[in-house]
Ligand binder design. Structure first.
Ligand code: FMN
Ligand code: MN
Length: 433
């Protein structure tokens, strides 16, 4: 069983899905290599970054095959297995002996800038922590929460932190603020990829995402008590940054290139004061660029599972679902064995109803590779009858950050062949293929 990031990297190495770079690289040269690796669908570990003592890993979800391997299933089954495991809960287990406490830095020894966090977008306001699980507790109920938040480096013991108003973290912060209290947080970096996936999920507020992480893994997440804050963190993480957000403290943060590949301008955002850094010996940190394969896998997988469940309840014969067609989860596609002529319309309406950010949704037949955008375009070219296959729904709720009204109209496309004449639409295969 994969217990932590290092086990996962060993799995990638065994499968020959990762490139380990031992030659020296400059921090500024890393994003270009990350892009190349993303194109190739391969993970990458930078072990020798000029001026830094620690390693950096990227593209941990470089291919859907990686998750299939972790879940022990086929690529098509990833969504189904995720949906089944997401429904379960396995509570974390407390441990005393934690690799993440091999090194403990406090006071003047704290320097978050010593880690090889990178500048992701050319016009970003600085270096960012982008793959940290932010752990906090509800000041009233004590319920634990995990989320992923971007954090701009602002000095040896200070970062910015962006939380959106709908986040659980923001509701915790408001409760602390009302009592004029700091909100303690701990940020875990270099995580088991399934812990990161659990943190990207948005379950009901009373759910502790570590219970989901346990169920996704199939065994409890091992947690250890923090050194300077009243929180528990993954014992086998690479690095944990402990500290607090002070009430009523905001500072300019940004700009930051977000997942739609636009820059979010400078905003007043929260400030994270660091009280301790704990880590393993020779820690490995992770980077996730917004609008990358990693980012979209984290955002899309829970939503694919959500749609899978809805379609199953409608008795749709689903082959595959892909909300990661173009590195954001605003456009998606499903491949089905069509049972009723106009079934794709019901499917698209259900999809838009279930996931409000979804803007474009394409339904294709089971013989189309839903993970291959070229194949989806093939279906549009050969099977779509646009006068009857396109559904436009104006004025529905879409992605929130949308001043120009670009996300309020939904478009569904039925690119399936007509029923009962499958012979005419059977795809040519090569002899013996
Ligand atoms: C790589 C990555 C970065 C993210 N950065 C932010 C962020 O900076 N601010 C934010 O509000 N949400 C961000 N999110 C989304 C939240 O992590 C996600 O909505 C999470 O489910 C929120 O947790 P909650 O449901 O417990 O509130 C990010 C997601 C990913 C995958
Ligand atoms: Mn939550």
């Amino acid at each position: 069983m994969i217990k932590d990031l290092r086990d996962y990297l060993n799995m990638l190495e065994d499968q020959e899905w990762i490139d380990i770079i031992n030659e020296p690289v400059e921090l500024l040269g890393i994003p270009a290599v990350m892009k190349e690796q993303e194109e190739k669908g391969r993970a990458v570990l930078f072990k020798n970054i000029t001026g830094y003592d620690y390693s950096l890993v990227n593209n941990l979800f470089g291919s859907r095959q990686f998750l299939a391997e972790v879940f022990g299933c086929t690529i098509d089954e990833v969504v189904k297995v995720f949906a089944e495991r997401y429904a379960g809960r396995i509570k974390p287990k407390m441990v005393e002996d934690a690799p993440v406490h091999q090194v403990i830095l406090q006071g003047d020894d704290i320097d978050v800038e010593k880690f090889p966090f990178i500048v992701h977008g050319a016009k970003d306001g600085g270096r960012y922590i982008t793959a940290g699980i932010v752990i906090a507790k509800d000041p009233e109920t004590g319920v634990r929460n995990c989320s992923i938040n971007r954090m701009q480096l602002k000095g040896p013991n200070k970062t910015g932190l962006r939380m959106s108003p709908t986040q659980d973290l923001e509701s915790y912060y408001k409760k602390a603020q009302k009592r004029n209290m700091n909100l303690e947080i701990a940020v875990s970096i270099g995580n088991h990829p399934l812990d990161l996936l659990a943190a990207a999920c948005g379950p009901p507020r009373e759910v502790d995402e570590f219970d989901i992480a346990g169920s996704l893994r199939g065994e409890p997440v091992e947690l250890v008590k923090c050194v300077t804050v009243d929180l528990e963190v993954p014992a086998r993480a690479e690095v944990v940054i402990e500290g607090y957000l002070a009430p009523n403290e905001l500072e300019p943060e940004g700009p930051f290139g977000d997942f739609m590949e636009f820059y979010i301008p400078v905003m007043d955002n929260h400030v994270f004061h660091i009280t301790a850094i704990t880590m393993r010996n020779d820690p490995i940190v992770q980077a996730i660029s917004a609008g990358s394969k990693d980012d979209v896998t984290l955002l899309a997988t829970p939503r694919e599972a959500q749609l899978y469940k809805v379609f199953k309840e409608m008795n749709v014969d689903v082959k595959g679902i892909n909300l990661a067609i173009c590195n954001n989860y605003l456009t998606g596609a499903v491949s089905i064995r069509k049972q009723l002529e106009f079934e794709p319309k019901n499917i698209m309406m259900a999809a838009f109803g279930s996931f409000k950010f979804l803007k474009n949704f394409i339904v294709v037949d089971h013989d189309v590779d839903v993970y291959n955008p070229k194949d989806i375009f093939w279906a549009l070219s050969t099977r779509l009858r646009a006068e009857q296959g396109v559904l436009i729904v104006p004025n529905a709720v879409g992605f929130g950050r949308d001043v120009h009204g670009i996300h309020t109209t939904k478009m569904g496309i039925d690119a399936t062949a007509p029923l009962n004449c499958w012979d005419e639409f059977e795809r040519v295969t090569i002899p013996g293929g």
